[in-house]
Write a protein that binds this ligand. Structure first.
Ligand code: ADP
Ligand code: MG
Length: 266
């Protein structure tokens, strides 16, 4: 049975992408990064995106984050076209990009200063989030005093400070060692289940994509098209033992098979 702990009822088409193409530059030197992407993402769901290096994963995420414009197709978030950054989106990149001279708490509170939130409330929320990502007691440390995994958890807390509805993550655990990464996958699943956010996560790890995703979006080599959408029907919360489940193995194998001939998978 597939159990979910989300409090909000799932609504279809929270994010809706139709006919999205993205070209960088013109003429012979132009690169078609995304070609006719159609997909939808349900509210409260966890979507992972895998595909070979250069297939347009980051381009797609940057468009969803409102950090990159597009000319062809439509991208709707809760029925509204995405043009420019929005308050209801939080973003986490591969490197945690914490400011080295600021404490962890000051880093997590940074968006409050940028957006102009009430600082007292923001501080309370930051402390709650640091508790959620299990960084109690590290509030006043500097980033370099924390491990890579802890820094990345602080980045997740920072991305959630303004209470976005959607968390977009671009290879957030790519720089971590394998064991830390497994722990971070479990942590992220827990955070997602507790927070009820919609999460879209890019990864170059097929097991990570299957472990975390309700759906796995499999992109083709450049120009990136959305080749397949796999539904991963494994009960939550998932533990690492799920990797020995036949459904897990067959999902991972079918993605791997698709890319067995790709020169570089990242
Ligand atoms: N700002 C940019 N200007 C020109 N080309 C870009 C830009 N960003 C990405 N590209 C190109 O678009 C393609 C897709 O890039 P990207 O989305 O970063 O792929 P991925 O994240 O899947 O590795 C690549 O060929 C890349 O070189
Ligand atoms: Mg990328």
């Amino acid at each position: 049975m597939n159990t979910t702990l989300q409090t909000e009822p799932a609504r279809s088409d929270y994010i809706r992408i139709d006919g999205l193409s993205k070209r960088f530059g013109g003429g012979h030197d132009g690169v078609l990064a995304l070609d006719q992407i159609d997909c939808s993402i349900q509210q409260g769901s966890f979507v992972t995106i895998v595909g070979p290096s250069g297939c347009g994963k980051s381009t797609l995420l940057r468009i969803l984050a409102g950090l990159l414009g597009y000319e062809v197709g439509s991208v709707l978030l809760d029925g509204q076209p995405i043009h420019g950054t929005r308050r209801d989106v939080g973003v986490v990149f591969q490197s945690s990009i914490l400011l080295p001279w600021r404490t962890i708490l000051e880093n997590v509170m940074l968006p409050a200063e940028v957006i102009g939130l009430d600082m007292k409330q923001a501080r309370e929320r930051a402390m709650q989030l640091l508790h959620m990502v299990r960084l109690d007691g590290f509030e006043h440390k500097l980033p370099r005093q924390l491990s890579g995994g802890m820094q990345q958890r602080a980045s997740i807390a920072r991305a959630l400070l303004h209470d976005p509805k959607i968390l977009l993550m671009d290879e957030p655990f790519g720089a971590l060692d394998a064991m830390t990464r497994e722990r971070m996958n479990l942590e992220l699943q827990r955070i997602w289940m507790e927070s009820g956010k919609t999460v879209v996560l890019i990864t170059h790890s097929i097991p990570e994509a299957v472990f975390l995703g309700d759906k796995v979006f499999v992109m083709s080599p450049r120009p990136g098209t959305l080749e397949r959408v796999l539904s991963i029907d494994l009960a939550r919360p998932r533990t690492m033992d799920v990797m020995s489940d036949p459904a897990f193995a067959s999902a991972a194998a079918s993605i791997r098979e698709r890319f067995s001939h790709a020169a570089s998978f990242d």
